[in-house]
Write a protein that binds this ligand. Structure first.
Ligand SMILES: [Zn+2]
Length: 97
């Protein structure tokens, strides 16, 4: 049983063919998926970071971690300060305090 597949690129009907007879665009879903996978693989290998890039990234990561730590400490101090301040505010606000 022959199957007709319409080319998504040039919209020509192709009979039992994996590629378009007009523009050679792949029509088989397996080939399209395969090509997509190959493209993905190529992109992955091309953006693979080099050793120095990994080193720099790790350094940046540790610097970020240090900043996070400082931020966390400051945040904790501020939180405690506000807690104490609100406690004193509460004390002065109460009539019998
Ligand atoms: Zn085509």
């Amino acid at each position: 049983m022959p199957t007709e597949i319409k080319c998504p690129k040039c919209e020509i009907w192709n009979k039992d063919s994996d590629y378009c007879s007009n523009c050679k665009h792949p029509l088989s879903p397996e080939i399209i998926e395969n090509n997509r996978e190959l493209e993905r693989e190529a992109r992955r290998t091309s953006i693979l970071p080099s050793r120095t890039e990994i080193f720099l990234k790790n350094r940046k990561g540790s610097r970020y971690f240090l900043l996070r730590l400082i931020y966390q400490i400051l945040y904790t101090i501020a939180f405690i300060f506000i807690a104490i301040a609100s406690f004193f505010a509460y004390l002065t606000a109460t009539p019998n305090g």
